[in-house]
Design a protein around this ligand. Sequence first.
Ligand SMILES: [Zn+2]
Length: 83
Amino acid sequence: MELGNTEGTPRELFTCELCELTTPFTYYGQKPPNTRAIVLLEECYVMKDPFSPEKERFLVLGSTCSLCHKAVCVSAVCSSSFV
Ligand SMILES: [Zn+2]
């Protein structure tokens, strides 16, 4: 209420099914809100970048593996295990 900005407030949690990393995310899909030109190649879990004053900055937390349909984080460890 103090900031008058509830947009982007994390409501749900993304959990990596491989390393069990759990983190809140604000959007799941290919076109994050408050971005004009960004369309992700696949549906991803994203969170508004809390460290950037720019509205359009966001962090990709993870995505659903197209092969096994597990939710996995974007860390190199997990991603490479599917290659
Ligand atoms: Zn992971």
